[in-house]
Design a protein around this ligand. Sequence first.
Ligand SMILES: NC(=O)c1ccc[n+]([C@@H]2O[C@H](COP(=O)([O-])OP(=O)(O)OC[C@H]3O[C@@H](n4cnc5c(N)ncnc54)[C@H](OP(=O)(O)O)[C@@H]3O)[C@@H](O)[C@H]2O)c1
Length: 313
Amino acid sequence: MEKSKVLVVGGTGYIGKRIVQASLAQGHITYVLQRHEIGLDIDKLQLLLAFKKQGARLVEASFSDHQSLVNAVKQVDVVICTMSGVHFRSHNITMQLKLVDAIKEAGNIKRFLPSEFGMDPARMANALEPGRVTFDEKMVVRKAIEDANIPFTYVSANCFAGYFVPNLSQLGTLLPPKNKVCLYGDGSAKVVYMDEDDIATYTIKSIDDPRTLNKTLYIRPKENILTQMQLIEKWERLSGKKLEKLNISAEDFLASMEGMDYASKVGVGHFYHIFYEGCLTNFEIREDGSVEASQLYPEVDYTRMDSYLNQFL
Ligand SMILES: NC(=O)c1ccc[n+]([C@@H]2O[C@H](COP(=O)([O-])OP(=O)(O)OC[C@H]3O[C@@H](n4cnc5c(N)ncnc54)[C@H](OP(=O)(O)O)[C@@H]3O)[C@@H](O)[C@H]2O)c1
């Protein structure tokens, strides 16, 4: 089967750059949107040029110019959007509605993957304020996609390792704790931790796969389903040092939101759903016809979290 041509929108972003790399690595003709709004951001420009060197095609377009988006979309079969969605960086999820309009007008797209890559927003209808904005906005984009009859795959990628693993899932740091670690409740909720490069690999594998058409693709490989306590124990084994555990009750954790800035409140809300409610694993994947990535693509040797943590020794 001929491989689809892919356009990555948001290709210089945190997950986007990995998706560009995975698309090239899996042999897709890969286009990356180049926006003139990047202005003087020399790092973005250099990254775009590095993609070009590796064979990517840069396509100029702007979210302020509908026709330019239509023209970009018309060159490919598949569009993957990795628009920003983390409040402490920037959050522009509903900007994708412009891309949905362009895809609708272009009429040629065989698959659209909107910017998701986290918890499944369809399962977060009862999420707390203000963090629920992430899920609500992703659902607005889903509705627009489905109203326009655009073929889709939604990728639910669970916890990005970079944000959740070396820090043993502590808020406000990306580095391993030295002496003490906060344990959410008794640390027993099952969480799924994923290396971002693996997320990109699975994502690209799904784009030409009829089994993922109009479905949610959950990335939940068995050995990466861990509790926070299991993650801490892995680090303790690797580092040879025991950490003092500070148990935080759900009430105290939620009360900690008081006085925080907006982005931090969003983060606390998301952590609450993940680590106290177990929202990533408290459902069976197949119950609504959804699919799981490591079952569809057993050939992917996904990164285990021991080996991810090893980098931090
Ligand atoms: N599961 C998890 O743990 C987790 C963690 C983080 C993020 N996520 C999800 O992953 C997705 C991507 O997040 P990210 O952190 O990778 O994003 P990011 O790096 O902050 O931004 C991605 C890209 O969004 C584009 N962008 C930002 N502002 C824009 C604007 N005003 N107009 C047009 N484009 C704009 C830029 O694309 P250009 O390349 O064109 O400049 C940027 O590179 C989100 O849906 C987020 O919720 C999940």
